[in-house]
Design a protein around this ligand. Structure first.
Ligand code: MTE
Ligand code: MO
Length: 232
């Protein structure tokens, strides 16, 4: 099984601080919404494609599995090191399922991932096709928990956490950003959000560090209360 390593040997990326735990996280007003997962989850395939369709997540089992050890960087400045994700490379999924079944427009440049909780994020198609982007159904050798995005989540370790969509329900391949309506505040979303370039959002990174840090602990507590209320 191919394994990719995507961890920084010693230093964390600019502005990040290590956390020993890996909490459930998200937008403060969204993180408490733990969605119900259908018994037989499906992925909608849509966008600027000739034939929109859907497929059962179970069909992914015909792809070669991949494992990746990577650090996770939340835009609010916390990082957790060396998570071991298992799943499938997005690139394999794209070549084996998405392109043959939907026939995307040649000029397509953008992927929009949407969770079944309605949360969405885009990646440049070019970034999404990199070796390190997985559709993961395992974390640290066990099936992905609901807290961390069951049944399937995007893992894109070169990009901030908010591009790593949990509870994946739809993948859209688009020419441009017309169909993209992220749920955050205006300016929160950066088209690429590369951690190494500190592309946190559209405001300067130093300012976003200061704005975001006070939200970390209350957001984690809110997520923990929601998980406890759902017996998770
Ligand atoms: N569907 C969905 N995916 C999501 C979010 C969300 O609220 N809903 N939050 C994002 C944010 S901001 C972060 S930091 C990561 C957190 O992942 P974790 O809960 O596994 O730590 O999920 C991302 N993916
Ligand atoms: Mo985040």
């Amino acid at each position: 099984m191919p394994t990719t390593r995507n961890t920084s040997a010693d230093q964390l990326p600019p502005g990040q601080r290590e956390r020993p735990d890996f909490p459930r996280f998200g937008l403060p007003w969204q993180v408490g919404h733990v969605p119900r997962i259908p018994v037989e989850p499906r992925l909608e395939l849509t966008g600027d494609v000739r034939s929109p369709t859907s497929l059962a997540v179970s069909e992914l089992a015909t792809l070669e599995r991949a494992v990746m050890v990577s650090d996770f960087h939340c835009v609010t400045t916390w990082s957790h090191r060396s998570l071991r994700w298992g799943g499938w490379r997005f690139r394999d999924f794209y070549e084996r399922f998405l392109v043959p079944r939907t026939d995307p427009a040649r000029e397509a440049q953008l992927v929009i991932f949407t969770g079944i909780d309605g949360y969405s994020a885009c990646l440049l198609l070019e970034d999404a096709l990199s070796d390190s982007v997985l559709l993961a159904d395992e974390l640290d050798g066990t099936p992905l928990s609901l807290a961390h995005g069951a049944p399937l989540r995007v893992v894109a370790p070169d990009h901030y956490g908010y591009k790593n969509i949990k509870h994946l329900g739809a993948i859209g391949i688009w020419r441009d950003r017309r169909a993209y309506h992220p749920r955050g505040l205006p300016g929160q979303d950066h088209p690429r959000a590369r951690v190494a370039h500190e592309e946190r959002g559209l405001l300067p990174a130093w300012l976003l560090r200061i704005i975001y840090r006070p939200f970390i602990e209350p957001t984690i507590r809110r997520a923990q209360r929601a998980l406890a209320a759902n017996d998770l």
